[in-house]
Ligand binder design. Structure first.
Ligand code: 9MR
Length: 387
């Protein structure tokens, strides 16, 4: 079989990293290609990222669907590939404070962060204010501040941000201060319990100012899932750019945009136009003097063929296209996946396939075998410009 150029690059880098010495488990019969797993035993994704001046990371969780943090093999894979960790759910408001009459419960996050710190990993915090009401605590949504009681609402936000930031202190290098404030259907701000008493953009501005006060050393990020393509994504991009422009105008201490990167793999979209529009939008964001992160990367395989090898190839190609454009932005310095193995992906529950087959959105399969997506990410890191 003829070796693809990307495989060849990966192999060459692997040989280089091994200093020309034969790698254990690498004794392929002459001329045969290494398996994806053998390639993955070469430089980690973080090592490849660091060669270009960025760091690679992922998420772990211990609440909800079977705990990936307590799955030793999965956790060790995360430790091997990554140098940045973010908690999938454990630092969200409803999870830390399900009951307003009880103190905050930080145990789940603390356990994961202690492990990450022992491995020398950097920590990201997610998220101080997820604007959509659905993801705020039920007890908070049930409060009735009325429109005149701004003071009580501001105190609530202050209490939450102060308590959370004080607990984690300087150990969190970067906070998603506000998450998903823009509705993709309209490009306008979502509404929640703080919208009437504090205001739409005002609650976002306040959250950033409180984060600055209570986490003085952390990078402060606005995080959202707008991506390339038309329709809702186009409206979403316009809305996010408008919000960031307004925050900058107000002097809000927002320092970076987190692009979640939950991308699809729809081959029917016009690729040249999609790429050009995405690049232009990234340029517009950069003109606002912000840093950039990819915070939650994965590839939704909904609608793709059932056959695993066909599906994996389309997913890998879509990832490579999107990453080549996005990683080219010089101020992008963190790249995190939303998990490393398909087994625990949020997409199983949130966006199942019509044929009910397992989803394959992440770089490793259910048995933690490396997939073509892992090679695509590695190749994109090798190909990107250094910063
Ligand atoms: O993956 C997370 C899932 O386990 C949770 O049930 C859900 C609600 O808290 O959030 C998911 O993570 C989301 C992240 O916090 C923000 N961006 C979109 C992510 C996927 O839905």
């Amino acid at each position: 079989m003829k070796m693809s150029p990307s495989r060849r690059t990966a192999l060459q880098a692997l040989a280089l990293a091994a200093g020309g010495v034969a790698l254990p488990g690498f004794a392929n019969p002459a001329g045969s290609e290494p398996t994806l797993d053998q390639l993955a035993r070469g430089p980690s994704l973080d090592a490849l990222a660091r060669m270009k001046g960025l760091r690679f990371g992922s998420t772990l969780g211990s609440l909800g669907r079977a705990s990936r943090f307590h799955d030793t093999a999965y956790r060790e894979l995360t430790g091997r590939e990554c140098s940045v960790l973010v908690a999938e759910n454990e630092t969200k408001w409803p999870q830390m404070r399900p009951d307003p009459n009880k103190p905050y419960d930080f145990r789940a996050a603390d356990e994961m962060f202690a492990w990450a710190k022992s491995r020398g990993m950097a920590l990201r915090g997610h998220t101080l204010l997820w604007l959509e009401a659905k993801w705020l605590p039920g007890w908070l949504n049930a409060l009735n501040y009325g429109s005149g009681d701004g003071e009580a609402a501001r105190r609530m936000l202050d209490d939450h941000i102060r308590t959370t930031c004080s607990h984690f202190g300087d150990s969190i290098e970067s906070w998603d201060v506000v998450n998903e404030a823009i509705a993709p259907e309209t490009g306008e701000l979502r509404r929640n319990v703080f919208s009437a008493p504090i205001g739409g953009v005002e609650q976002i501005d306040l959250a950033f100012r409180l984060a600055r006060q209570h986490a003085p050393k952390a990078q402060l990020v606005y995080n959202d899932y707008m991506s390339w393509g038309g329709g809702n994504n186009a409206r979403h991009r316009t809305g996010v750019l408008k919000l960031l422009t307004e925050l900058k105008r107000r002097g809000t201490p927002v320092q970076a945009l987190g692009i979640q990167g939950h991308i699809g793999a729809n081959p029917s979209e016009a690729p040249a136009q999609r790429t050009a529009e995405w690049r232009r939008w990234l340029d517009d964001v950069m003109a606002l003097d912000l840093d950039l992160l990819i915070t939650e990367f994965d590839v939704n395989d909904k609608g793709l063929p059932a056959d695993f090898s066909q599906r994996d190839a389309i997913v890998a190609a879509a990832a490579r296209d999107w990453l080549d454009v996005t990683l080219a932005v010089p101020r992008l310095n963190r790249f995190l996946c939303w998990g490393l193995g398909d087994k625990y992906s949020w997409l199983h529950d949130f966006d199942p396939r019509e044929d009910k087959l397992p989803k394959r959105p992440l770089p490793y399969d259910d048995q933690l075998r490396a997939k073509p997506l892992r090679t695509a990410i590695a190749d994109a890191l090798r190909a990107m410009p250094a910063r």
